[in-house]
Design a protein around this ligand. Structure first.
Ligand code: NAD
Length: 242
């Protein structure tokens, strides 16, 4: 029996992570479209739109016949007005879920953040079972946590399977945040300071591996062995990229 060919819509596909996901999908011969408020790349079908507008999403999902959404969009960390985070990451996720269910999309992969469990203190050996902190670290991380919760709660509802990934720091080709920040610190002469006792650790992930993890997560969503009940997530073991 021939299987239906997946059609991917990468929301935020003009961004750093989204762009790598698009390239990985193209490299394996998949059908890919991008939905974003800005257009930075021109080698795939591009749809200009804002995820907070459900009707724009519905229109694009219908036009493209999308079967799998990979949702990477978010305002970058450090915005002056925190309300933008709640608008895009919380209201935006609600609109993405509603549009996906209405359009018959079967899979939704969400780029969350390791910051959803960060409260400013040490984070040691936490896994997916850890609760969100009672006092969120900041509006960005709080909005990412709320968005992630909505996405996972939508799992198995309205014909939609969902999963969320939580990267920490991301590095690699096309980064416009981390290296810029490091370079600005260098320009300010802030090269001689130490945080704590110099033994602090932080997770960094290569963007290419993260892109692969998104593809593996999407593929795993159609695996018959996958749990479909709400709140169950893929473990990091099942997502190991080669
Ligand atoms: P990015 O800023 O490079 O890309 C985000 C994209 O989303 C941009 O192209 C932007 O135009 C688009 N976008 C923003 N608001 C939108 C809206 N309302 N409608 C449609 N598109 C919109 O960011 P990135 O570094 O690629 O991050 C991707 C995801 O990974 C984000 O969800 C972010 O929270 C998460 N994340 C990033 C890092 C990191 O270190 N970069 C770490 C952890 C998690």
């Amino acid at each position: 029996m021939s299987q239906r060919k997946e059609v991917y819509l990468v929301i935020g596909g003009s961004g750093f992570v989204g762009r790598h996901i698009v390239e990985h999908l193209l490299a394996r011969g998949d059908i890919v479209c991008v939905f974003d408020i800005v257009q930075r790349h021109h080698d795939v079908d591009f749809y200009s739109g804002d995820i907070t507008d459900e009707s724009q999403l519905l229109d694009v999902l219908g036009k493209t016949g999308t079967t799998c959404i990979i949702h990477t969009a978010s305002p970058p960390h450090g915005a002056k007005d925190p309300s933008i985070y709640y608008k895009v990451n919380v209201d935006g996720c609600k609109a993405v879920i509603a549009a996906a269910q209405a359009a018959g999309v079967t899979k939704l992969v969400y780029t969350s953040s390791a910051g959803v469990v960060f409260d400013g203190g040490d984070v040691i050996n936490l896994d997916e079972r850890a609760p969100f902190p009672e006092k969120p670290f900041d509006a960005y991380n709080d909005s990412k946590a709320q968005g992630e919760k909505l996405i996972l709660e939508a799992n198995g509802k309205g014909g939609l399977l969902t999963v969320a990934l939580r990267p920490a720091g991301i590095f690699g080709e096309g980064d416009r945040q981390m290296m810029v920040g490091l370079y600005q610190a260098y320009q300010r002469g802030q090269t001689h300071f130490q945080v704590g006792d110099n033994n602090n650790l932080f997770d960094y992930t290569y963007v290419g591996n993260l892109a692969k993890a998104h593809l593996i997560a999407a593929d795993k969503l159609s695996s018959p062995s996958l749990p479909t009940s709400s709140q169950e997530t893929l473990t990091t073991d099942s997502l190991k990229a080669e």
